[in-house]
Ligand binder design. Structure first.
Ligand code: ATP
Ligand code: MG
Length: 495
């Protein structure tokens, strides 16, 4: 039975049409996969279903009845809940308080029924196998995966029957991801209807019953999941075949060490990390969530303090670094936390890129060379194919999630860093753009840059690294050379 139906939904932003008449059907007790390139319109479509945005035209039906939510509250009242990538829980409140934030249960005399809050929360925690958490635990202490489960429980407590997940796995460890998938399957069996958006096509193929492909604001194909495979999904998403997943490029690794980390200790938990990267080399860094990879990167770049040991940048040893010192030494760093650290959200795309460029590149007699700046902006937008209508006026927060990531990467790449640290650069980025990012990293290396490439995706690490180091529990446990790469071997050191 059809639970939700969209008919010919159209939406424009400032005269640019983003959705060209979307029609779609969600059935009871199914997981519907939704895939498409960055900027295809997936989140916009979901925001319309969730009452965050209003469509320009078209109609929606909920169990056959006309449905047009003027606000997210109306969507919630109609049993539709959104589980966003950036979770909307309050860290300073408890688990139970978060679950009931939109409406506390009332007891006699209109008082908040704390007992009921606690007991229902307890029951749900048990039902969804969430261990070591009580209703009074504060959210701030919990790992991402658990927070996401709390978000799901919050939706269920509100009696939602349609759950929308927009890239839900980006900050989850493998174990957390498994638990999420198990829960999604249980929910499906219990009759819930789920829309699942992701750039990890394997996950969509594994989880969903049917798949819709969105390209440039139109549904270009749909069908039961049995009819799909990865290659065909990609073909429909980008409109052509992509045969090669990893680019190849001739490059030489020089003998000069560009960068070295000696007995580095940081973040209280990372101890005695040693590695060096030569010019032209891409060093992959693998590890499970919490192994200390991002902590190492942040200490190197002076975002967090170095607690022991040193970093050697182009032959010079430092026991303390700052981002300024690193940038002035030709280093660049892309954090995993793009929203908080990588972008000025309310500013136009161009200003975001200029932030890095102005200090290095476009000064002439101490003045900013606007022509040069514009030229570099164009170059960057093309280099990582950012989907933006007008970079001078469109703000970073109006870009799609993946396109924000491309801006963060692009703005550093045009500065031609000699030492480049990238932390999960392809997270939330579509297949085509992933390929472009790999190519850019390889090209930088072929021009002599030393690159530290941190990723949780072992496949991509093996695809473009020259060597992989594995971190576990704050220690660097192994360095593996390219001829020995295998997922079994790398995994065995990480676990
Ligand atoms: N408030 C806005 N103002 C202007 N343009 C917008 C706004 N919101 C979205 N857009 C544009 O609409 C298009 C679709 O964006 P949307 O976020 O729906 O893409 P997406 O498919 O979710 O991409 P991603 O995979 O990167 O998350 C993009 O080109 C985006 O720049
Ligand atoms: Mg999106």
């Amino acid at each position: 039975m059809s639970v939700l139906q969209l008919k010919d939904i159209k939406k424009s932003f400032f005269g640019v049409q983003v959705l060209h008449g979307i029609s779609l059907e969600l059935k009871e007790g199914e997981i519907l996969g939704l895939v498409g390139e960055n900027g295809a319109g997936k989140s916009t479509m979901m925001n319309i279903i969730g009452g965050v945005l209003q469509p320009d035209s078209g109609s929606m039906f909920l169990r056959g009845e006309e449905y047009h939510p003027e606000s997210p509250q109306v969507a919630t009242d109609n049993g539709i809940s959104f589980i966003h990538q950036e979770l909307s829980l309050f860290s300073n409140l408890t688990v139970a308080e978060n679950i009931y934030i939109d409406g506390y249960p009332k007891g006699k005399l209109g008082m908040i029924d704390k007992k009921k809050m606690a007991s229902t929360t307890e029951e749900y925690l048990k039902r969804y196998h969430i261990e070591n958490v009580s209703p009074s635990t504060s959210i701030g202490q919990l790992p991402m995966g658990t927070r996401q489960m709390i978000e799901i429980i919050k939706a269920l407590v509100k009696n939602s029957h349609i759950l929308i997940f927009d890239e839900p796995t980006t900050s989850l460890s493998n174990r957390e991801k498994e638990l999420l998938f198990k829960t999604l399957n249980e929910l499906r069996e219990a009759g819930y209807s789920i829309i699942y958006i992701s750039h990890i096509l394997e996950d969509v193929l594994m989880l969903s019953n049917r798949i819709y492909v969105l390209r440039d604001g139109s549904i270009v194909a749909d069908g039961p999941t049995e009819e799909w495979d990865r290659d065909r999904l990609i073909h429909e998403m980008v409109g052509r075949d992509i045969k090669q997943v990893y680019p190849t490029l001739e490059k030489t690794i020089e003998n000069d060490v560009a960068f070295e980390v000696k007995d580095l200790c940081c973040a209280d938990s990372v101890k005695d990390v040693n590695f060096s990267i030569r010019k032209g080399e891409i060093l992959g860094m693998f590890g499970l969530m919490g192994a200390g990879r991002s902590e190492v990167a942040r200490a190197i770049f002076g975002v967090d303090p170095i607690q022991g040991g040193s970093v050697v940048i182009k032959g010079k040893e430092y026991h303390k670094t700052t981002p300024d010192l690193c940038i002035n030494n030709g280093m660049a760093f892309i954090t995993e936390n793009r929203r908080e650290e990588g972008l000025m959200m309310p500013k136009p795309v161009n200003d975001n890129m200029a932030m890095v460029m102005d200090r290095n590149l476009v000064r002439k007699l101490g003045m900013i060379d606007r022509a040069k700046e514009a030229e570099l902006n164009d170059k960057m937008i093309h280099a990582v194919s950012v989907k933006v209508t007008n970079p001078k006026t469109q703000t970073a927060n109006s870009l799609s999630g993946g396109n924000q990531q491309k801006v963060v990467i692009g703005k550093w790449i045009v500065t031609k860093p000699e030492i480049f640290i990238v932390d999960e650069p392809t997270r939330g980025v579509d297949v085509g753009a992933k390929y472009e990012i790999y190519k850019l990293l390889l090209r930088l290396a072929s021009e002599g840059a030393a690159i530290l490439f941190i990723s949780s995706e072992m496949e991509e690490l093996m695809g473009i690294s020259d060597r992989i180091v594995v971190m576990k529990d704050g220690h660097l446990v192994k360095s593996i050379d390219k001829p020995d790469f295998s997922s079994e071997l790398i995994g065995s050191y990480a676990i």
